[in-house]
Design a protein around this ligand. Structure first.
Ligand code: SF4
Length: 244
C-alpha cells in the first residue's frame, strides 16, 4: 500500500470527526509527529487539545528573529501551562541572516517581493525544512475558510514536497469555533488578537486589520498581491500560514 493510499483511506475514515478524534488518531498512528505552531489562535487551541491527549507530544515553532514581543509572551505562557510539551524552537542559520541583512539592509522585505521571499526563505522555509526532516507527519492549524485556495484541503493529506502526512484537525472549524474553544478552556493566546490582529507573523510584516477586511489582509499589505507564504504550499515561507 502506498503512502498516498494510506492517507486517502485515513482521510475517508476521519471525515467529519472532531479535532480531538483526529489528533488522537494521528498521535497514535505516527511515531514521529509534531505540531507546527506559530502560536496563533488555532495553534494554541491545538496545543491545549494535544496536551490533554499526549502531554509530552512534540511541537515546533520558527523564531524568525523578527517576532512581536506578544508572541514571545504567549510562548512563555504556553511553556508554563503545558510543561511536558516538547517544544523545539527553530532559528534561522545565523550566517545566512548576517549575509542577507549586510547586503540588503535590515528591512529588505519592504523593497521588493524578491527580497521579501528571500527573507521568508532564510528565516522560515529553511528552518521549516530542518524541523520537518525525519518526521512521519506534521500537524497544522489550517482552516478551510482562511483563504480560497485552501478549499480543497482535507483532514489528512499527503505533503508531496516532504512525502509525509499532513494533519489538519481544524480544517472544518470556523474562526468562531476556535475562539469558543480558547475561552471555554482558558487557553493562553497572543494579546495581539485583542488588538485586531487576526493573523500574526513577523512584527514588521503584520498589521491590524479593519472591520470587514479579509482575516489575512494585515500580512504583507504593501505588496499588490498577497500571496501564500509557503510553509504549506510553495517556497516563499511562513509557519503554517499560506500567506506568511
Ligand atoms: S514575514 Fe517578513 S520578517 Fe518574517 S521572514 Fe518573511 S519577510 Fe522576513
Amino acid at each position: 500500500m502506498t503512502l498516498q493510499t494510506d492517507i486517502d483511506s485515513a482521510a475517508a475514515q476521519l471525515k467529519g470527526r472532531t479535532p480531538q478524534e483526529v489528533l488522537t488518531w494521528a498521535l497514535g498512528n505516527y511515531e514521529k509527529i509534531s505540531l507546527a505552531s506559530s502560536f496563533g489562535a488555532e495553534d494554541v487551541a491545538l496545543i491545549d487539545m494535544i496536551a490533554k491527549i499526549k502531554p509530552d507530544a512534540h511541537v515546533f515553532t520558527l523564531d524568525t528573529g523578527r517576532l512581536n514581543a506578544e508572541t514571545y509572551e504567549v510562548i512563555a505562557k504556553v511553556q508554563q501551562k503545558y510543561p511536558q510539551i516538547q517544544l523545539r524552537i527553530m532559528f534561522p542559520q545565523a550566517e545566512a541572516v548576517e549575509q542577507m541583512v549586510s547586503e540588503k539592509g535590515i528591512n529588505l522585505f519592504y523593497d521588493s517581493v524578491e527580497n521579501r521571499k528571500q527573507c521568508c526563505y532564510i528565516r522560515k522555509v529553511e528552518p521549516l525544512g530542518r524541523a520537518t526532516k525525519g518526521l512521519d507527519a506534521w500537524i497544522t492549524g489550517l482552516r478551510r475558510d482562511q483563504t480560497a485556495n485552501r478549499s480543497a484541503m482535507a483532514t489528512v493529506e499527503l505533503d508531496g514536497d516532504r512525502h509525509i502526512a499532513k494533519i489538519n484537525p481544524l480544517i472544518d472549524w470556523s474562526n468562531e469555533d476556535v475562539w469558543a474553544y480558547i475561552h471555554q478552556n482558558d487557553v493562553p493566546y497572543n494579546a495581539l488578537h485583542d488588538q485586531n490582529f487576526p493573523s500574526i507573523g513577523c512584527a514588521p510584516c503584520t498589521r491590524a486589520v479593519q472591520a470587514g477586511e479579509d482575516l489575512r489582509a494585515g500580512r504583507w499589505w504593501w505588496e499588490m498581491s498577497n500571496q501564500e507564504c509557503g510553509l504549506h504550499v510553495n517556497s516563499d515561507g511562513d509557519l503554517v500560514r499560506a500567506k506568511g
